[in-house]
Design a protein around this ligand. Structure first.
Ligand code: ZN
Length: 199
């Protein structure tokens, strides 16, 4: 245990995902020794991100305006929606340049272990987006792991009766992993070779 504010910093850092007690201590001491201007910049961006960034009212992606960059772009194909778990997946897919439609960010995946059910995800918002008849295909691009597959299966069952083309990314993605870790070529191929789930 350290004195007062140093321990507070270590505790706060330790609450971040993927940061264990040792890393928290290392980062804290790095900050203590860093140039005050650098720390100032970090503190500034931390407050800025909370005041400026919000979630797109259409797709749930991170945005600095009411709508995200993709939803604001009139060149995007409105007939296709790609469903992903997190905003970081949007970034990964954008990098492939294979997809010209729009996204829907669920905010996670179904996980009974972690107590996450369909109602905790932005599924109702997805259904209301599909009600205007503009969308013809929904690509389920949830992670190729247990939770991602369960979520895709659930959504496919929900969407099939709506008469849409429901597709899932082709295999070839590293099973059990996160979409964001797939390299651009593999992810691009998985997009091009997506298979239909409507049967
Ligand atoms: Zn959006």
């Amino acid at each position: 245990m350290y004195e007062g504010v140093v321990q507070d910093l270590i505790d706060e850092l330790g609450r971040l995902p993927g940061v264990g007690p040792k890393s928290a201590q290392r980062i804290a001491f790095h900050l203590l020794q860093a140039d005050p201007a650098d720390v100032q910049r970090l503190a500034h961006v931390l407050t800025e991100v909370k005041t400026r960034v919000r979630f797109c009212e259409v797709c749930g992606n991170v945005a600095e305006e009411a709508r995200c960059r993709v939803c604001r772009d009139p060149r995007r194909d409105v007939s296709v929606i790609c469903v992903v778990e997190e905003s970081k997946d949007v970034v990964a897919i954008e990098r492939t340049r294979e997809f010209r439609g729009r996204y829907h960010v669920l905010g996670g995946a179904i996980s009974p272990m972690e107590g996450v059910g369909p109602d905790d995800l932005r599924m109702r918002e997805l259904l209301s987006r599909l009600s205007d008849g503009e969308v013809q295909e929904v690509i389920l691009a949830t992670d190729p792991n247990l939770e991602g597959e369960a979520t895709a299966t659930y959504l496919a069952r929900l969407l099939r009766p709506m008469g849409l083309r429901v597709t899932r990314l082709a295999s070839g993605l590293p099973v059990g992993g996160d979409l964001e870790y797939a390299d651009e070529v593999t992810l691009g191929r998985a997009f091009a070779g997506r298979r239909s789930l409507d049967a």
